[in-house]
Design a protein. Structure first.
Length: 201
């Protein structure tokens, strides 16, 4: 009888050891995966930032894509945080995913510290209006840079691209959180951090 109890105790002890070992291996693997994911995300962020200037320059005004009216940028670029989307008809994918941006913008549209600028350039305004407003039914305002002024003011700027800039128009983050979902957490984290810092000030 004692022998049987000892055997059962040994088996339970052995199973506990196996469980602890399996748990440690799972924790280590999870840690390693998270570390690899963080490293990959950092490399992705750096790859988008490396060609960009430290700060962005803006023109005084651009044209509203829908109405054709001249829009002064003063009130838009004085937002403490700005997320800029530079669109080009040559990148149909960038235009095609514009409706997906709506959910992202909807989360922050009420926040006075954060602004979103969608700037389209190239080809004719009528064609861009058809693609963005009629075909994609994008509900937010889009500005038309008919003369590629943003590119002229920022020589290393590539179009299409997505860039987050701070209150002094310093480049904080780049890359589309819609085209590259891994970047979404970085955008959300930096937006929340910047908003918190601005609220303190």
């Amino acid at each position: 009888m004692n022998f049987e109890k000892e055997e059962i105790t040994k088996k339970i002890y052995f199973l506990c050891l196996l469980f602890l070992l399996a748990t440690q291996m799972w924790l280590y693997e999870t840690y390693s995966q998270n570390k690899r994911r963080v490293f990959a995300l950092e490399q992705l962020e750096k790859s988008f930032l490396k060609e960009l200037p430290d700060t962005l320059n803006f023109p005084n005004n651009l044209i509203d894509l829908e109405s054709g009216k001249t829009i002064e940028l003063d009130t838009l670029i004085t937002k403490k945080i700005k997320i800029l989307n530079f669109l080009n008809p040559g990148c149909f994918k960038c235009i095609e995913i514009l409706p997906n941006w709506e959910n992202f913008v909807d989360q922050y549209i009420e926040n006075d510290s954060l602004g979103f600028l969608f700037i389209a350039s190239g080809t004719s305004r009528k064609y861009l209006y058809y693609m963005i407003k009629r075909r994609m039914k994008f509900k937010y305002s889009v500005l038309y840079d008919s003369l590629n002024i943003m590119k002229a003011l920022n020589d290393s700027l590539t179009v299409p691209s997505t860039i987050m800039v701070g209150i002094n128009n310093d480049v904080v983050l780049a890359g589309s959180p819609i085209l590259h979902p891994d970047l979404k957490s970085s955008y959300v984290e930096k937006i929340n951090l910047l908003i918190q810092n601005n609220n303190r000030n």
